[in-house]
Design a protein around this ligand. Structure first.
Ligand SMILES: CC(C)(COP(=O)(O)OP(=O)(O)OC[C@H]1O[C@@H](n2cnc3c(N)ncnc32)[C@H](O)[C@@H]1OP(=O)(O)O)[C@@H](O)C(=O)NCCC(=O)NCCS
Length: 202
């Protein structure tokens, strides 16, 4: 019975296939969320995720809100696949390959977020004042309970440890920020990064 319902509620989503089929970011997201060995097709993976992960539904709705707002589709999908009610994705530009682990009680408001972003539950990324919003570059992770606040930039490969509160720029990236207020703890040495030809902002 459960399986029949699962199939039935996916059918209406198929009608909107032209709306999301070329969404490159969504396709990259799927690579982060699911083991591709078991689910090879785009639609197969989408069906499994929509069925099993509430927090994925928020991301799917987001992918169909920015840059084009498919209002009717958003309405429609919310009826068939209710999203996680305490997860807010309010950044207009989130790169592909975004992964949300659990995602409850989480607020993501940023100017821009790069590719392969990972965020956990009970995280706040947002304002410290009017228009003061963070920018997060590629391959960053924000762990459970952490806060990233204000007009600051986190460089590539920044990891924000559980419960850290980040209120200052960390443009160089390639490091772990922990504590309140957050400070760098485990960093790739700059010389090693330079040797590998990685350009970093200091
Ligand atoms: C990001 C994280 C995994 C770091 O892992 P790691 O790279 O293996 O780091 P380590 O465990 O080697 O820790 C390095 C140092 O940072 C400290 N540290 C790590 N995370 C910390 C945190 N959240 N707050 C304060 N200090 C922290 C460690 O005590 C250690 O300090 P020391 O060198 O003085 O002993 C970890 O910080 C974290 O946040 N884990 C939470 C993951 C999560 O959200 N889980 C929820 C799943 S439902």
């Amino acid at each position: 019975m459960k399986r029949i319902f699962a199939y039935l509620r996916f059918i209406p989503i198929l009608f909107f296939f032209p709306v999301y089929k070329n969404n490159i970011r969504l396709r990259k997201d799927l690579d982060q969320w699911i083991n591709t060995k078991n689910n090879k097709t785009f639609l197969g993976r989408l069906a499994v995720l929509l069925q099993s992960k509430k927090e994925f539904r928020n991301l799917f709705i987001h992918r169909n809100t920015y840059p084009k707002n498919h209002f009717l589709f958003r309405r429609w999908i919310k009826i068939w696949y209710p999203p996680e009610p305490t997860l807010y994705l309010e950044c207009p530009d989130i790169g592909g390959g975004c992964y949300i682990q659990h995602g409850f009680a989480t607020y993501v408001t940023a100017k821009k977020i790069g590719d392969n972003f990972h965020v956990n539950q009970q995280v706040t990324i947002g304002y410290s004042g009017p228009n003061a919003l963070p920018t997060i570059k590629d391959n960053c992770m924000v762990m459970c309970g952490a806060k990233v606040l204000g007009d600051i930039t986190l460089g590539n490969y920044t990891r924000v440890g559980a419960n850290a509160v980040v209120i200052k720029d960390y443009k160089r990236g390639y490091g772990l920020l922990v504590g309140v207020p957050a400070k760098p703890k485990k960093e790739y040495p700059i010389e090693v990064l330079r040797k590998e030809g990685i350009a970093i902002e200091e």
